[in-house]
Design a protein around this ligand. Structure first.
Ligand SMILES: [Zn+2]
Length: 458
């Protein structure tokens, strides 16, 4: 009988079914799956009983370095504790965004010895004359390209002008990778913020009022039309409003290759939370009305949203300007890579709105498929032995002070979620055991994108 290095037992969440079974692991890979009552033999057996063994969660929207006080170590620790076995780090680093091959290679080098989980890296382009870096970045291993129609920062996170977007889309299409966009209409938003400031309307809700849904939907509409003419695979990040999903569906019917994600706050928070928590619930696009949140859930349940990400943005108390009464002075974004899985398991699976199989698709399989990440996103033979194990009988109480991110701030502080991550396994190695982070800081690897010249991980 075949003997494995490790055997994992539990309720396996496979691509199309949930089944009691066993996984045999050898050389960091899933070597065998037994679902017919057969007992596999292993040097070590991890028996999770009635807990769900999911494919390791993939959070494709994380910002490690927009706040340089954060970085790979705390973010990857937070990921490990949250069941996230791979994350994609965004390119909007401070001081310099990752918009050239040299900066990209330097970031890969800086990752060495610094991560508990596996990481893919996004690339981006400079505001002007930056598109010549697209094909070299793809060859260097960028997982995809992120751009913005909104100027968060003129250098670090710029609004890319339309002619550059069109050029970029043609080149990204050539690379075979995905062009992803932060989609908000810059002109309308800045003009409204100006008017609000002049009228001294700087209360928390003003953040939502100055970014009405049309600012998201009109930006997305333009990109959809650009994607129609260039044939690029367009991906819309952090969709906040159901109307955006409805536009995407219209263009999908016309053959446009477009996918989308939402982030956990758009499913769990609304404008009342913005009023209550102020800067702690401030993100771009903003949270919406309760009826919009309900329609986001309807779309999620129907399968219209491809996956859920965290948009982990670790701004501290200082950047969040806590204690100041001017919402426009606070940085946008919330930390989330550590809490997305318990929050979404609670609101999705434990509440009966999503099956465990659907949850696995939204949290792992779809991002792996859409971005063509090799050997990740499924429990299947030959795939990496990456698992997130959740015990539905246990509870996760979110405590801001226990978060592994350096940023101790979340509007979900004190929330009790049904379900707890009791083990996180990265390529066959347990990095989190439900109580403690037990992985090694340098164990996590850089995972190169699908267009890399040498597609092996390094
Ligand atoms: Zn983001």
């Amino acid at each position: 009988m075949q003997h494995f290095e490790k055997v994992v037992r539990g309720k396996l969440v496979l691509k199309d079914r949930l089944v009691d079974g066993e996984i045999g692991i050898t050389n960091e890979k899933i070597a065998s799956i037994a679902t017919d009552g057969e007992k596999l033999q292993g040097d070590a057996v991890l028996d999770f009983g009635k807990a769900y063994v999911f494919p390791g969660f993939i959070d494709e929207h994380v910002h490690c370095f927009s706040n340089p006080e954060e970085g790979f170590v705390p973010t990857s620790a937070a990921a490990a504790v949250g069941g996230v076995t791979t994350f994609f780090d965004m390119p909007y680093d401070r001081p310099h965004p990752i918009n050239s091959v040299d900066l990209f290679k330097d970031k890969v080098k800086r990752m060495e010895g610094q991560t508990y989980v596996d990481i893919c890296l996004w690339g981006t382009i400079a505001k002007q004359n930056g598109t010549d870096q697209i094909l070299p970045l793809a060859e260097a291993g960028a997982v995809a390209f992120k751009m913005s129609t909104f100027e968060t920062d003129p250098f670090r996170f710029p609004r890319i002008p339309d002619p550059e977007i069109l050029k970029a889309m043609k080149l990204v299409k050539k690379s075979g990778l995905v062009a992803a966009f932060h989609s908000e209409n810059d002109d309308i938003i800045f003009s409204m913020i100006d008017d609000y400031k002049k009228a001294d309307k700087v209360y928390p809700r003003a953040h939502m009022e100055t970014r009405p849904p049309v600012t998201e939907t009109s930006a997305v509409l333009k990109l959809l039309e650009f994607a129609f003419w260039t044939g690029v695979h367009l991906h819309i990040v952090h969709v906040s409003h159901p109307r955006t999903i409805e536009l995407i569906k219209q263009f999908q019917k016309q053959g446009v290759k477009v996918t989308c994600e939402t982030c956990y706050p758009y499913l769990l928070l609304d404008v009342h939370d913005l009023e209550k928590f102020g800067p702690k619930s401030k993100m771009n696009p903003p949270v919406r009305y309760p009826e919009d949140v309900k329609r986001m859930w309807d779309h999620l349940e129907k399968g219209d949203i491809d996956f859920i990400s965290s948009d982990h943005s670790p701004w501290g108390l200082e950047q969040k300007d806590i204690g100041n009464d001017n919402i426009f002075k606070a940085a946008s974004g919330l930390p989330g890579v550590e809490i997305i899985a318990p929050l979404m398991f609670d609101s999705g699976v434990a509440s009966g709105r999503l099956t465990p199989v659907e949850f696995a698709h939204l949290m792992s399989t779809h991002p792996a498929e859409i971005f063509n990440v090799p050997n990740k996103g499924l429990i299947a033979e030959g795939y990496d032995a990456d698992f997130a194990v959740i015990d539905p009988e246990q509870v996760t109480e979110i405590d801001k002070d226990k978060l592994h991110s350096k940023i101790k701030l979340t509007p979900f502080h004190g929330k009790k979620c049904r379900g707890k991550v009791i083990s996180t396994i990265v390529r066959g190695t347990v990095v989190y055991n439900g109580d403690e982070l037990i992985g090694q800081k340098g164990y996590g690897k850089f995972v190169a994108g699908a267009a890399a010249k040498s597609s092996v991980t390094q």
